[in-house]
Design a binder for this molecule. Structure first.
Ligand code: ATP
Ligand code: MG
Length: 386
């Protein structure tokens, strides 16, 4: 059942004609709350063009807290860019032209499917704009795999996510998600000094409902042209547009990686049960301490945690001198999913690897404590460092 809120009964009847399945029409926002209370399984609310914008946005913000699993589709007679941005900020999943019945039907179908299969493991929504960087100083540990799957899990649990590829030379997010990059982070160079949401929105490539990406440059050498201050400013703006900004990184501590770490509320540090990866994690932890990042915002994840390679969990924690928060098992299905261009958490949400990532999200991601003071980051790069 889809709840349609439209003050004009004629308009409501006409909208109902486009929608798949049964429809419950209501004429005001208060009745939407009542209809939702009566049906805990409801997943889609359509707010018609007759609903006043400020009322629609207030209601959506409230609903995001109360029922994050319900998607709101907002219809407008004209699509004004500022209204669309305000709607995104409030948590509206899609803003559509009021006369585009086909797009409305398609969006409803997508959301019903998405939320019916969505895992309900994410905790209560975190404070808006959590910035999370996934890093490992050892190449091939699974950063891109974890970053893409984390993004999918968060998005499917109702969070608005932007996944950003800071691996500026060899970025793999586009290929891992089966996306063809038409724009990339390199386009930052064309946007001038003063970034705002409208400009940053032009860098974004949509992937699926709730999940957008800022992709790495496709042309070698473009990375050098991207000023580190611009990437930091871009992350700052993105954090005002999404619930989560997830940053995938290369295996080197570049200036851009430092900017990402500076801007982050949580650092997810990935390792694997092999001595070089553990040694590099130890060195990374020492470096982060030296740079005065708050340890409370640090989470360690062990990828391929079940590999029988002669190291016990106790051995690993002794080398790393920190508890391991997340354990991702090894599976060849991970590689198969990458080759198919679809993250495992999307293709097989109940696969052991997907379940491990969902459990990690539920237990650790939404509880992120600030690794860096966002206010300090916004004052400029690396203010907090010695
Ligand atoms: N849990 C896992 N089980 C099996 N294979 C995995 C697992 N995690 C990652 N892989 C495989 O390891 C390879 C490297 O993964 P990924 O590209 O995510 O690493 P990365 O840290 O991003 O690498 P780079 O440093 O090159 O960016 C991929 O082929 C991926 O399929
Ligand atoms: Mg990678």
């Amino acid at each position: 059942m889809t709840i349609v809120c439209e003050p004009s009964p004629e308009q409501a009847t006409s909208l109902a004609g486009y929608l798949p399945g049964s429809v419950r029409p209501v004429t005001d926002i208060l009745s939407v709350s009542d209809a939702l209370s009566a049906d805990p399984a409801e997943t889609v609310v359509v707010l018609g063009a007759g609903v006043e914008l400020s009322q629609a946005l207030d209601f959506t913000s409230w609903l995001r807290q109360q029922r994050p699993g319900v998607g709101v589709i907002l219809l407008r007679t004209t699509l004004d860019v500022n209204d669309v941005l305000a709607a995104m900020r409030a948590g509206v999943r899609e803003v559509l032209a009021a006369d585009d019945g086909a797009a409305l039907a398609e969006a409803c179908r997508r959301f019903q499917h998405q939320f019916n299969v969505a895992p309900a493991t994410a905790g209560p929504p975190g404070p808006g704009g959590n910035v999370v960087t996934v890093f490992s100083a050892k190449g091939g540990c699974g950063k891109t795999t974890l970053a893409t799957n984390l993004s999918v899990v968060l998005a499917r649990a109702g969070q608005r996510v932007c996944l950003v590829d800071f691996d500026l030379t060899f970025g793999d997010i586009a290929i891992t998600l089966g996306l063809t990059p038409k724009r990339s982070i390199a386009d930052l160079a064309t946007l001038g000094d003063e970034l705002d949401e409208a400009k940053v929105a032009t860098l974004v490539t949509p992937y699926q409902p709730n999940l957008d990406c800022v992709l790495a440059p496709v042309v070698p050498g473009e990375a050098e042209r991207i000023p580190v201050t611009s990437t930091a400013a871009m992350v700052d703006v993105l954090s005002g547009m999404y619930d989560y900004v997830l940053i995938d990184t290369p295996a080197q501590v570049t200036e851009h990686v430092l900017a990402a770490l500076d801007a982050s509320h949580q650092h997810i540090l990935l390792t694997a049960p092999e001595i070089p990866a553990l040694k590099n994690l130890r060195v990374t932890l020492d470096m982060l301490d030296l740079l005065s990042y708050d340890r409370a915002g640090r989470t360690i994840v062990l990828n391929r945690s079940d590999a029988q390679v002669g190291l016990t969990e106790a051995d690993i924690e002794r080398v790393v001198r920190n508890p391991i928060a997340g354990h991702i098992p090894s599976s060849r299905d991970v590689t198969v999913s990458i080759n198919r261009g679809q993250p495992l958490a999307a293709a097989l949400p109940d696969h052991p690897v997907s379940l491990a990532i969902r459990q990690f999200v539920a237990e650790h991601v939404h509880q992120a404590a600030p690794a860096a003071s966002p206010a300090a980051s916004r004052r400029g790069l690396r203010l907090r460092r010695r």
